[in-house]
Design a protein around this ligand. Structure first.
Ligand code: GLN
Length: 239
């Protein structure tokens, strides 16, 4: 069994260790004997959606986001079709904002990829810090670190989780992230997946289900991952 992870623009979108998400996906697949094929795409490369099982977009600063946005708008229809066809996407922070209809840099509105009907406004004060969510979908807490000016409005979409501590999508809604089909957008860096093995396995499971049919993943020893996860939960909630 082989799962291909498309890492879009690691040289441009890699804030706060986002590439660690790829490492976590690969590690948890290889431990189970699943062949993990990572394709790192450069800005001029053509993305092979037919042979992509998980597509990852990390966070980036304004300058890098502009470059990526303008390039991705050229093939936005293919990305939209991939998402509608249950392709797996994990998009973090800047990548999350790119999936929407628009995002803002100060007073300027930048047209984004319109893959999801979500949009991001701008806060002059950055929303920064450790963050903890309760995810009903995963039945567990998700931990991470956020640092964004963007204020995300996800409309009627389902959030990734309810904010227990931190700011989340916009500091007001009480929710963080978005889930649509097999596409997940989130402000959580940290990186997100190494500290949240349940979420990592959720994405792996969905990618396998789409390509090979539903299968149950073997259990792994998550002692170290859980120590990192539980440390943050305990620090802020005492649980
Ligand atoms: N520039 C965007 C913001 O601050 C995204 C930053 C990021 O990816 N951390 O909202």
């Amino acid at each position: 069994m082989k799962i291909t992870v498309a890492h879009l623009y690691p040289d441009l979108l890699n804030l706060y260790g986002d590439t660690g998400n790829i490492t976590a996906l690969v590690y948890r697949m290889q431990k189970r004997g699943i062949e993990a094929n990572v394709v790192n795409y450069g800005i001029n490369d053509e993305v092979d959606f037919d042979n992509t099982d998980i597509l990852f977009l990390g966070g980036g600063s304004d300058k890098e986001m502009r470059i990526v946005c303008s390039r991705m708008r050229e093939y936005r229809d293919k990305l939209k079709a991939y998402v509608e066809d249950d392709g797996c996407v994990l998009a973090v922070c800047g990548g999350y904002q790119l999936l929407g209809t628009s995002y803002m840099i100060g007073d300027e509105t930048v047209n984004a990829l319109e893959v999801l009907s979500i949009s991001s406004a701008y806060s002059p004060d950055r929303l920064i810090g450790d963050i903890i969510l309760q995810s009903d979908l995963l039945g567990t807490k998700i931990v991470g670190f956020e640092n964004h000016n963007g204020l995300m409005d996800i409309g009627d979409y389902a959030p990734l989780g309810k904010v227990i501590c931190g700011h989340g999508n916009n500091g007001k809604s009480g929710y963080e992230g978005v889930i649509y089909k097999n596409t997940i957008g989130s402000y959580l860096h940290g990186p997100l997946l190494p500290k949240n093995p349940v979420l990592t396995d959720y994405i792996i499971t969905k990618s396998i289900e789409k390509r090979y049919g539903l299968q149950t993943l073997t259990e792994l020893d998550d002692n170290f991952e859980n120590l990192a996860h539980d440390y943050i939960v305990n620090k802020y909630t005492g649980d």
